[in-house]
Design a protein around this ligand. Structure first.
Ligand SMILES: CC(C)(COP(=O)(O)OP(=O)(O)OC[C@H]1O[C@@H](n2cnc3c(N)ncnc32)[C@H](O)[C@@H]1OP(=O)(O)O)[C@@H](O)C(=O)NCCC(=O)NCCS
Length: 185
């Protein structure tokens, strides 16, 4: 199946919010309850939040379409990180700065294993580089081994950890970094 990747537009907002609501729980360990997920989605992944991301220069939202249907999205944050644990991880691993955050990266489950994730991460890297970033970092749940494995094969290395709160749970996410132009991909 042929997929196309492009920058999201305001017309994509309702579809993005629907896709985000379906896919966010896939990245969470089982102790995250449906109520925890719903609260996180309402606070971070609502149609209003996506409309805000699309109209703020700090963010880039990319979407993939397969046969006209939204099948994946990612969100880049171009501002420097403020979390001291992330700053420390980037420094200790000698990440080349500025580093863009790959803050969300989600595919429709029907597309897992299809190769689409590879196309989307390359598009995200190109978008981050064109915006001036020299590396790209992300946080991934400690137990999300599929995503970690995908990121490793996409040129990311683990640089540290940070705390990440969902509902009442605090997770120790891995911080992974892909350097641009230094033998990454
Ligand atoms: C993360 C995600 C985008 C990756 O896309 P994908 O199409 O699943 O990735 P791929 O299949 O190309 O790569 C996953 C790799 O993990 C491997 N894998 C799968 N399950 C695994 C497991 N339980 N343990 C270890 N490796 C595993 C796969 O074999 C594959 O490696 P291979 O290509 O060498 O065989 C997608 O799985 C997804 O949307 N997941 C739900 C949301 C999510 O977790 N997002 C990330 C938030 S940080």
């Amino acid at each position: 199946m042929q997929a196309s990747i492009s920058s999201a537009t305001l017309e994509d907002v309702p579809g993005l919010a629907d896709l985000a609501a379906v896919t966010f729980p896939l990245a969470c360990p089982p102790e995250v309850t449906p109520e925890d997920s719903a609260a996180f989605i309402a606070a971070n992944l609502s149609a209003e939040r996506f409309a805000g991301y699309l109209t703020d220069e700090t963010y880039r939202v990319l979407v993939s379409r397969t046969e006209g249907r939204l099948t994946g999205y990612c969100l880049l944050v171009l501002a420097p990180p403020s979390d001291p644990e992330v700053v420390e991880a980037l420094e200790s691993g000698r990440a080349v700065l500025p580093s863009a955050e790959l803050s969300k990266f989600y595919l429709d489950p029907a597309m897992h294993g299809s190769g689409l994730a590879g196309q989307l991460v390359e598009a995200a890297a190109r978008a981050a580089e064109s915006a001036g970033a020299r590396s790209m970092w992300l946080g991934v749940n400690n137990r999300n081994v599929r995503a970690q494995s995908f990121y490793r094969k996409s040129g990311f290395q683990t640089f540290g950890r940070r705390s990440f709160q969902v509902g009442t749970h605090t997770f120790r996410d891995l911080i992974m970094v892909r350097q641009f132009g230094t033998g990454g991909q």
